[in-house]
Design a protein around this ligand. Structure first.
Ligand code: OOG
Ligand code: NI
Length: 464
């Protein structure tokens, strides 16, 4: 087959995220309501801020502004994780970053499968936060063995999804008909199953050990547990959720409201209790329920350098020493105050963030710079001071472990907070994944460096 007859991995991802969104809206009506609210707030924010509208028109496609940016799944075995990696690769999604959530009381470690590179992210940024259950953190050995046995019997991928993934690997891509079939087959893995594959008793025991274990082990597959559209005003959506009959988690995760947005802010509505039937050993079905699925929103800011990230972590920790956000919302106002007070030392202008080396920027020539013949090897600071070069924040495309833990916890119920011994194990995770994860800092530094090399090259060739 000729290579140019293959559908691009970006186009397969576009089709897949669209199909996932439609499926989830049909399965979880409250999510459709959240999408409606997000669309409304985004439209209002744009109407009230023509500058923002103009800036976004340059960089984003406005009619897609409220589309999903990410979703999340939880897997049970190393074999599932490595096959998932191969399936996502067909859609141009690669594992970036390692997140250890054991420290935060959640027995998983995770990566985000996402497009890498500016062009792919612009076409469609959809990512999937993918966690692997860590049965090694479960104290009860009998239960651990039973859970392993249950998981070893399930097959979360359809035969078609596996065959088409292998075909894509063999050929280096998929043609249009195969790509369409691939999207439909891959979607099956993420579907909700209202019939559990364990007995009521087993579900109860798994649930007692940790709600998350019950969520992963009791079902035929790793149902998508949330999708997350982008909002231009997360505070407004959080405040208005109750007007739409949806109940938000108590606090917004991440940094406080700022002029210059950094990293990632996110919040969700609380997971819904949904009917599920369980089959007992005698074959009879028993009605019960399970709580796992929710909706989330996110607002992204600049990617921070290791120095900026260290400052972020330090200030976040400092704020939590003053007030720990309570899940019931009883101290939300105090928490928000402690958070914004703690972040006063973090500069809140782009120039300030840049001057202290806290964030990554993309550099480009100004209109003046494009006309000039300046020496391209001069310092960036002097080129900027003379108005020849400008800098724009590079958007953070990854996740934050403390925030992710907050999102998990808010959807696991208040009693689920548990202590595990901190045990990050990236090596084990990569072994199970069958690949190394990309380092997100290297990635942003690379984008920044390329932009600098480009302007130097343009200035020098103008001089020649
Ligand atoms: C994943 C929670 C993490 C985020 O946005 O930080 C996450 C999960 O609940 O499975 O999606
Ligand atoms: Ni999320």
């Amino acid at each position: 087959m000729k290579e140019n007859s293959f559908v691009s991995t970006d186009d397969i991802r576009i089709a897949f995220s669209g199909a996932m969104s439609a499926m989830y809206r049909a399965e979880v009506p409250a999510y459709g309501t959240l999408m409606e609210l997000v669309g409304k707030v985004n439209a209002e924010t744009l109407a009230a801020d023509p500058d923002l509208q103009a800036r976004l028109e340059d960089t984003d496609s406005l009619e897609r502004i409220s589309e999903e940016r990410h979703g999340a799944i939880r897997l049970g075995t190393p074999a599932e994780l490595s096959m998932m990696r191969r399936v996502f690769a067909v859609m141009g999604m690669l594992p970036v970053g390692y997140y250890d959530l054991s420290t935060a009381g959640v027995p998983v470690h995770s990566t985000a499968f996402r497009p890498v590179g500016d062009a792919s992210l612009k076409k469609n940024p959809f990512r999937v936060f993918t966690s692997l259950l860590r049965l090694d953190l479960i104290a009860d050995e009998t239960l651990r063995t039973e859970a392993e046995q249950i998981l070893s019997k399930r097959q979360i991928f359809t035969d078609g999804a596996i065959a088409l993934t292998e075909k894509a690997e063999r050929q280096g891509g998929l043609d249009k008909a195969d790509a369409e079939r691939f999207v439909a087959e891959a979607l099956e893995t993420f579907r909700w199953h209202d019939k559990a594959n364990v007995s009521p008793d087993m579900y109860h025991r798994l649930h007692e050990a940790h709600r998350l274990i019950a969520d992963v082990v009791s079902f035929k597959g790793p149902h998508i547990n949330h999708l997350t559209p982008r909002t231009l005003d997360i505070d407004a959506v959080q405040a208005r959720m109750p007007d739409y009959g949806i109940s938000p988690k108590a606090t917004i995760e991440g940094p406080p409201t700022r002029r210059c947005a950094i990293l990632l802010r996110q919040t969700s509505f609380k997971a819904l209790e949904e009917p599920v039937s369980f089959q007992s050993e005698d074959g009879g079905w028993h009605e019960g329920s399970h709580t796992a699925r929710f909706g989330e929103i996110e607002q992204r800011g600049i990617a921070l350098t290791p120095k900026g990230r260290a400052l972020y972590d330090e200030l976040l920790n400092a704020s939590r020493k003053v007030v720990r956000p309570a899940a019931d919302g009883s101290n939300t106002a105090e928490y928000e105050k402690a958070l914004s007070d703690a972040f006063i030392p973090f500069p809140d202008t782009w120039a300030g963030i840049r001057a202290e080396g806290l964030g990554y920027f993309a550099y480009s020539l100004t209109a003046e710079g494009r006309k000039t013949t300046a020496d391209g090897s001069r310092s960036l600071d002097s080129l900027i001071a003379e108005g020849l070069v400008q800098f724009d924040p590079i958007v953070y495309e990854d996740f934050l472990p403390v925030s992710a833990a907050g999102i998990f916890q808010s959807n696991l119920g208040d009693e689920a907070a548990q202590d595990f011994v901190a045990s990050p194990n990236q090596q084990r995770f990569e072994l199970d994944l069958g690949a190394r994860v990309l380092n997100e800092f290297d990635h942003y530094a690379g984008i920044e460096q390329v932009s600098i090399a480009d302007i130097r090259q343009m200035l020098s060739s103008a001089q020649a």
